[in-house]
Every structure is written in structure tokens, then in C-alpha cells.
Design a protein around this ligand. Structure first.
Ligand SMILES: O=C(O)COP(=O)(O)O
Ligand SMILES: [Mg+2]
Length: 221
């Protein structure tokens, strides 16, 4: 086991960019939502840099990029609704599990760790994606970006998970790909571990100074 796991009873995972490479499907849905407004599709590489603060921010960034200005709230709402519709139609057609994920989850469960998911993705999409990859059984609790009034980098979703399982923060670990995961984890008093392969607005997540980094979750176990 990786030394970061010593004394840990609860491991909380981020979803997008940590367990799954979801940008190909997110980019299609963003493109279709913008096309409904007669705007050009941004493509995967831009969308990769916009993911991380939930779906409202994702569409705000896309509209701002396409039009050069902050969207009016009615346009923002309409395009966000269109995105939810399109993403709901095909949220895992092109999405892939990262290498090492299943092995890591199996090994952690075998060590009697509690596992939870805290994503900024809307909650409605979590179950279908976990089901699609056979991952639903691993997580005792899944928190989405719209499950609570606060989302990462606010520590509240992590504090909620720790309280739910009755585990003190110093025995909890947050694993994620972005500065929002590391900041939320640090503020919640969790240990933090980052993976470098996900989405962090085009910046190295090492700059957020997580307690540890692994190239692949397989290295955890
Ligand atoms: O939906 C997002 O913006 C990011 O989702 P994540 O928190 O699972 O990385
Ligand atoms: Mg992420």
C-alpha cells in the first residue's frame, strides 16, 4: 500500500479526470448545446480546460469563449438546459475508465476502507456513469455538484462525507485531478493525493501542493 494510506479509513474520489476521461462526451454535449444557439463547437481541448467547477461554469466559459462576453442569464440557462439534455442522451459513449482504477478500488475495499465519490458534476449523471462501468457497488456515498449548496473547492462536500461515515478528517484522504479537489481536501483537514493526467485548467496540479502524487491509481496499491 502507498504510505499516504497509512491510518486512512475513508477515501474520497473525484470523478471527472480522476476515475474517468469524460471530456470526449462532455465536449460533444457542449458542442450540441452551442449549436442550438447557432454558435460554433469548441472542441475537446478547450472543453478540457473548462471542466472542474460544475456544469453551470462549464457552459458560462463556453458561451464566453464563443461570444466574447458573459452570457445573459436567460441564454446561459437555456444553453445549460440544452447541455443537460444532450449529455443525458450520451454521457458515456466515448468516456473511458483510466488505467488502474478498478484495481485500486478493489484493493481499497479489500482493506476495509470506506469509499465515497465527491464530484462537481450534476448528481443525476453519477449513477448512470457508475453503472455503465460497473463501479456503483464501490461507493457508500456519492455527492454531486448540485447535491449541497456548496461545491469543491469549498470543503463542505468533504466534511459532509466524513460526517456521514463518522470518520475524523485526519483519517480521510481526498484523491483528485484538480486544484479544487486539493483545496477542498486541505480545507476539510483531509490528506490529499493528486493524479497528473486529468483536467486542471491547463495547469500542473502539482502547483496545488498535494500531500502526494501518483501517475496512476494502480500505484496506490
Ligand atoms: O463537472 C465538473 O466540473 C468536474 O467534475 P469533477 O469534480 O468530478 O472533476
Ligand atoms: Mg476532476
Amino acid at each position: 500500500m502507498h504510505p499516504i494510506l497509512s491510518g486512512i479509513h475513508l477515501v474520497t474520489f473525484d470523478l471527472d479526470g480522476t476515475l474517468i476521461d469524460s471530456v470526449p462526451d462532455l465536449a460533444v454535449a457542449v458542442g450540441l448545446a452551442l449549436a442550438d444557439e447557432g454558435l460554433p463547437e469548441p472542441g475537446e481541448s478547450k472543453v478540457r480546460d473548462w471542466v472542474g467547477n460544475g456544469s453551470h461554469k462549464l457552459l458560462e466559459r463556453a458561451l464566453r469563449d464563443a461570444t466574447g462576453e458573459l452570457p445573459a442569464s436567460d441564454v446561459h440557462e437555456a444553453v445549460h438546459e440544452a447541455f443537460l439534455h444532450h449529455y443525458g442522451q450520451a454521457q458515456s459513449a466515448r468516456t473511458r475508465l483510466y488505467p488502474g482504477v478498478r484495481e485500486a478500488l478493489d484493493a481499497l475495499l479489500a482493506k476495509d476502507m470506506r469509499l465515497a465519490l465527491v464530484t462537481n458534476k450534476p448528481h443525476a449523471f453519477i449513477d448512470p456513469i457508475l453503472e455503465r462501468f460497473g463501479l456503483a457497488r464501490y461507493f457508500g456515498l456519492c455527492v454531486g455538484g448540485d447535491s449541497l449548496p456548496q461545491k469543491k473547492p469549498d470543503p463542505a462536500p468533504l466534511q459532509h462525507v466524513a460526517r456521514y461515515f463518522g470518520v475524523a478528517p485526519q483519517h480521510c484522504l481526498m484523491i483528485g485531478d484538480s486544484r479544487h479537489d486539493i483545496e477542498a481536501g486541505r480545507q476539510a483537514g483531509f490528506r490529499t493525493l493528486a493524479v497528473p493526467y486529468g483536467y486542471n485548467h491547463g495547469e500542473p496540479v502539482a502547483e496545488s501542493r498535494p500531500d502526494a502524487m501518483v501517475e496512476s491509481l494502480a500505484e496506490l496499491v
